[in-house]
Design a protein around this ligand. Structure first.
Ligand code: ATP
Ligand code: MG
Ligand code: MG
Ligand code: MG
Length: 497
């Protein structure tokens, strides 16, 4: 089966909204340099924040684009899911259309439906839509306007009420806000759909019943006393996950099985001399059950992370030890770790993926193609440095072997933590090597040490809790402390919740 190409599908989206009078603009850089409240762009509307806040007039009443987004810190942090699930990425494209005081619910809903069902030919009975159920505290009733608009296109059993978390968007503690309607798609087989109706799986973290598009209707302003007033002008802000759309139009069950990811996946698998099987744990909280699952996760993590790394660097954020640079360095190391421990790459390898990605993105994000060599050099140098750290950690482990033997063939938690903290040596790698030496690791003890470090660093954490709140961070500490934990295996992290 030949897959629809990413370029074609993206262009269809942009052409559709151009035909509805939208001005098409390029993606803003993913790296944010002039906003103390945000490290990276995390949604399509972020670059347009000033228009919604009334700080600047919007240059056009209608805009559409694809925006590079990163969700690796603050309010939106999907890192833990990446690789384990098949539809959250660290870096993704958010397709969006905007109305700045122009069209509102009627057109936004009509066009969303027309695009998905007429242009992309998605089956209507696989689509579910949600509307805001209302909130007593705010004095808002259910968004029956949206509910009734959807009734023109689909049946009541596919129009579902949703809560404040999923169906009401706010920029921050104060500012523009409003209800949203989200579109979900059920990509399961006919048998599965007959057994359990899709409506029961909407917003339930099912890997084949996923949210694809969020349409936000900004009609209120949240005041400092928490009350809502109607905005004089109403606006629309939408965001559709491009990689999820690609999954839907390709008729596949994973974002990674689309043209967006396949060139990277095939390249990684070839270099590793293995096959990508496309398996995933049933739940993101499950540990890989088989060797295939384990290597598949590693391949997905690497295919995902190289996009974040490459676009961050080409948009001006080099890996470093502070703030945004630290986020990128950690992600890069995370990718190296998976390459090293799950796929057996002992030499720098990630940098070879940069040209593959650049070639794929050349039409839409030429900035990467233009800087391929530079990005490759940065990535390779980082890899060389971290692989050395890994080697030092390995030597340290060798030196520790005797003590572990004396300790009932067990590496104690404190030592395992020191390896992770000082040598950047993740616990699962320690455990893997320990196993080869016939040793075990005190994972509980490790967890305790991790917990202690977490509480030590809690004060220094950035407090990015809404889309725009002021980040407080200590200058002595890297800003991005929360993610330290992700160097440890997901299993341990998940105990923490
Ligand atoms: P989810 O509930 O799946 O985490 P979300 O509600 O956090 O998604 P929104 O903030 O509404 O997402 O963003 C708009 C769209 O962007 C989503 O409908 C989805 O298609 C896409 N999207 C969000 N997060 C990711 C991600 N980490 N990777 C890929 N696409 C994403
Ligand atoms: Mg989310
Ligand atoms: Mg959601
Ligand atoms: Mg959403």
């Amino acid at each position: 089966m030949s897959l629809p190409t990413a370029s074609h599908v993206r262009q269809q989206f942009l052409d559709f909204f151009a035909s509805k009078g939208h001005h098409i603009v390029p993606s803003a850089p993913i790296v944010v340099k002039d906003d103390p409240t945000l490290l990276f762009i995390n949604s399509g509307m972020a670059p347009f924040k000033d228009y919604f806040l009334g700080n600047k007039p919007a240059p056009y009443k209608r805009i559409a684009d694809t925006q590079k987004c990163l969700r690796v810190s603050g309010k939106h942090n999907d890192l833990e899911e990446v690789g384990y699930d098949t539809y959250h990425h660290t870096m993704f494209e958010m397709l969006g259309n905007w109305s700045f005081g122009d069209y509102f619910k009627t057109d936004a809903i009509a066009w969303a439906w027309e695009l998905l069902t007429d242009v992309f030919k998605l089956e209507k009975d696989r689509l579910y839509v949600t509307y805001f159920e209302g909130d007593q505290a705010d004095g808002t009733g259910p968004d029956t306007e949206t509910q009734n608009l959807w009734r023109q296109y689909t049946t009541d059993d596919r129009i579902l009420p949703g809560n404040k978390k999923d169906n009401f968007w706010e920029m921050g503690d104060t500012g523009p806000c409003g209800p949203c309607t989200e579109i979900h798609i059920d990509l399961r087989s006919d048998e599965e759909r007959a057994a359990t109706p899709g409506r029961e799986l909407v917003n339930a973290d099912h890997p084949q019943v996923v949210e694809i598009w969020n349409n936000v209707f900004m009609e209120f302003q949240r005041l400092a006393d928490k009350s809502l007033i109607k905005l004089p002008e109403q606006s629309v802000d939408t965001g559709m996950g491009f990689e999820r759309l690609m999954m839907a139009v390709s008729g596949v069950k994973s974002n990674y099985d689309t043209d967006v990811f396949q060139p990277l996946i095939q390249f990684i698998a070839n270099e590793a001399g293995i096959r990508y099987h496309g398996t995933a744990p049933a739940k993101v909280t499950d540990q890989p059950a088989t060797e295939n699952e384990k290597t598949d996760i590693a391949i997905r993590v690497i295919a995902d992370h190289i996009r974040t790394i490459s676009f961050a660097i080409s948009d001006g954020q080099l890996p470093s030890n502070v703030k945004a640079g630290y986020v990128i360095r950690r992600i890069l190391r995370r990718a190296v770790r998976y390459a090293f421990s799950s796929l057996g790459f002992k030499q720098p390898f990630l940098y070879k993926l940069v040209p593959v990605l650049a070639e794929q993105m050349r039409d839409i994000f030429p900035e990467l193609k233009q800087q391929t060599q530079f990005v490759q050099r940065v990535v390779e140098e980082e890899e060389i440095a971290f692989l050395k750290t890994l080697e030092n950690g390995l030597r340290r482990l060798d030196a520790l072997e005797e003590a572990a033997r004396a300790n009932g063939n067990r590496i104690d938690g404190k030592t395992a933590f020191e390896l992770s903290d000082t040598f950047g040596f993740p616990l699962d790698l320690t455990a893997l090597i320990a196993r080869e030496k016939g040793l075990t690791v005190d994972e509980e003890g490790f967890k305790k040490e991790l917990e202690q470090q977490k509480s030590r660093s809690r004060n220094a954490q950035e407090t990015e809790q809404s889309d725009w709140t002021v980040v407080t961070e200590s200058d002595e500490q890297p800003a991005f402390v929360g993610y330290d934990l992700d160097e440890a295996p997901a299993k341990i992290l998940r105990y923490r919740k």
